[in-house]
Write a protein that binds this ligand. Structure first.
Ligand SMILES: [Zn+2]
Length: 261
């Protein structure tokens, strides 16, 4: 994670490896700079958890204008492995919940459209950005531990390869602030996690999902040096990010990726 933008009214983080890609905009927003009240204070971007609709709309408007994008698209995230290809037809089908377009359930958003921001909402789950600058294809993936078990990041890379002609070796990836190895305790890991994750146990019952995602992406054909990890644990940094494990009922952080209009 290279830089925060301290003088912006809406602070967000950017990744070093994505900052040099022409015409790409991206941001991992903190919980600050919005209008929601506790326990959603303040930049909560999800209204499925009980926050006021008006507050979430204002927060989303601020995120959209901070990114300079015409459209924000999101889906109902269900910890599954559904992948949305966002083309003109998908945009036409989406429900208009100004200032955002909402898609059916799904946990990965892929597009080559310009001006469309892909929004993933997180509170400890990873937002994984994938960028193919050669083909102009981007993806934003919601990946909690269930997404890791379902191999969703790998499925998205395969989708980009088979459907859109991307070469995994061209892809850049960035793994956002999320549950860190310090706090990822899985007491029932033998029921919940596959044996392939066991080498990533860092101390008893704790697992490093940042390295799990990285290893899966490398297995899918990405170059290790093309993958950047924020390395920020949202449970430890709940003063800056919403954290489900850290707080229980809380808001959702915005992670946005898009091509400039
Ligand atoms: Zn932690």
């Amino acid at each position: 994670m290279s830089e925060s933008i301290p003088f912006s009214p809406l602070p967000f983080h950017r990744f070093r490896n994505l900052s040099s890609v022409a015409d790409l905009v991206h941001g991992v927003f903190t919980r600050h700079g919005g209008v929601s009240r506790p326990p959603y204070a303040t930049l909560n971007v999800a209204w499925s958890n009980g926050d006021s609709l008006e507050a979430v709309r204002e927060n989303l408007s601020r995120v959209k204008s901070a990114m300079g994008l015409e459209t924000l698209v999101s889906s109902r995230q269900v910890h599954g492995d559904g992948i949305h290809l966002i083309d003109e037809a998908a945009i036409a089908r989406a429900r208009d919940r100004e200032p955002i377009l909402l898609l059916q359930p799904g946990d990965a958003l892929v597009t080559r459209l310009r001006g469309v921001g892909l929004l993933i909402k997180t509170a400890d789950c990873q937002a994984v950005f994938l960028v193919d600058a050669t083909n102009g294809v981007i993806a934003n993936v919601h990946c909690g531990w269930r997404g890791s078990v379902a191999q969703l990041p790998v499925k998205v890379v395969q989708f980009m390869k088979e459907r859109l002609g991307c070469r995994p070796g061209d892809l850049l990836a960035a793994i956002g602030p999320s549950l860190g190895p310090c706090c990822a305790e899985f007491r029932n890991y033998r029921e919940e996690l596959p044996p392939s994750f066991y080498p990533f146990e860092t101390k008893p019952l704790h697992f490093d999902f940042w390295r799990i995602t990285r290893a899966c992406l490398v297995d899918a054909g990405l170059h290790p040096e093309h993958i950047e990890t924020a390395g920020i644990c949202t449970v430890c940094a709940k003063d800056r990010f919403f954290s489900h494990r850290g707080e229980g009922k809380t808001g959702r952080n915005a992670a946005v990726l898009g091509w400039k209009p």
